[in-house]
Design a protein around this ligand. Structure first.
Ligand code: G4P
Length: 292
């Protein structure tokens, strides 16, 4: 096995985002947390969890078109049991998004009834949208907003530059920048985030990342690798060997007949991220339960 990919990266704007979320929380009724359906555990920001623990939560499992459907179903159940409201979506095509507003209303039923009893039925319900970089937050916001314009508001107590979108049906949504946390305690979490493109490639050893990804897929979805890269029989366990095989099959050679591993790595990562290798889930709910 290759060594694990190490990522130590925490740009200053992440700390600023954390502050913005903390300051804006008292103004919202619930939080819609967007996570990546391929890595539902790694893409949940533990800091966001702690910050937002007092607010009702919708967890949007996004990019379901890229994830293993059977495993996504299990995650939906798992999240429901954990006390949050799950919704499986594909923001690129819009699949599942018609259920979002009804879900917000169901989640905040008591609050809406209370407002009505107090003669404040016109009071807007406010939802904060949060998630890690590249989880699809902009795609989600744009889909939900449709032709409605995002507006920056300077309300009392609201951090300047915060974006609010009126979705109609008495619901307003607040956008927040993508946020990561300072340290990935479990190196697998950092790796998963890098596989899925949530950590910028320029802070990572791309070849090592591609080798690790190939090792992972060879263990869990070997047939996808065989089909995509026309490989036969038993696959090697070593990522370096897998990468060399892929490069050779694709004719990515440099002078002397050696494989251009840099190019092969970029291809493997791109094909995984765009779903060309197959619908792959890198985490299962029982992995979380056993703490693996
Ligand atoms: P962010 O604001 O959270 O950083 O994420 P953003 O919406 O920019 O989405 C990041 C990438 O994920 C984009 O791809 C976007 O198209 C893609 N994406 C978002 N939701 C889904 C989904 O449900 N399914 C799939 N397959 N992809 C999704 P990109 O390659 O960076 O840009 P683009 O060329 O697709 O626009």
């Amino acid at each position: 096995m290759s060594e694990q990919v190490s990522i130590q990266w925490f740009p200053g704007h992440m700390a600023k985002t954390r502050r913005l979320i903390k300051e804006s929380l008292p103004l919202v009724d619930c939080v819609a947390e967007i996570i990546d359906a391929r890595i539902p555990k790694s893409s949940r920001n533990p800091e966001l969890d702690a910050l937002c623990s007092s607010k009702p939560r919708i967890v949007l499992l996004n990019k379901i078109d890229l994830a293993d459907p059977a495993i996504t179903e299990r995650w939906v159940e798992y999240i429901r049991k954990s006390g949050a409201m799950p919704l499986a979506v594909d923001c690129k095509s819009g699949r599942g998004l018609n259920k979002f507003l009804p879900l917000v209303k169901e989640l905040l039923k008591d609050k809406i009834e209370q407002n009505a009893r107090r003669g404040m039925s016109g009071k807007k319900i406010r939802v904060m949208v949060a998630g890690i970089p590249n989880c699809g937050k902009s795609t989600f916001i744009n889909r939900m907003a449709g032709s409605k314009k995002l507006k920056a508001e300077d309300r009392p107590g609201v951090t300047r530059g915060t974006q609010w979108i009126d979705l109609g049906s008495g619901i307003e949504m607040m956008d927040t920048p993508g946020m990561l946390w300072p340290k990935f305690e479990d190196p697998t979490v950092g790796e998963n985030l890098a596989f899925c493109g949530s950590v910028k490639d320029d802070v990572i050893d791309i070849e090592l990342l591609a080798r690790r990804l190939l090792e992972t897929i060879a263990k869990t979805y070997p047939d996808f690798l065989r089909a995509r890269y026309k490989l036969n029989g038993e696959l090697p366990e070593e990522g370096a060997e897998l990468l060399a095989l892929v490069g050779r099959k694709r004719g990515m050679l440099i002078s002397g007949g050696e494989v251009d591993t840099e190019r092969a790595s970029a291809v493997v990562l791109d094909e995984f991220r765009s779903g060309k290798i197959g619908r792959i889930s890198l985490e299962k709910p029982d992995m979380t339960e056993s703490g693996q």
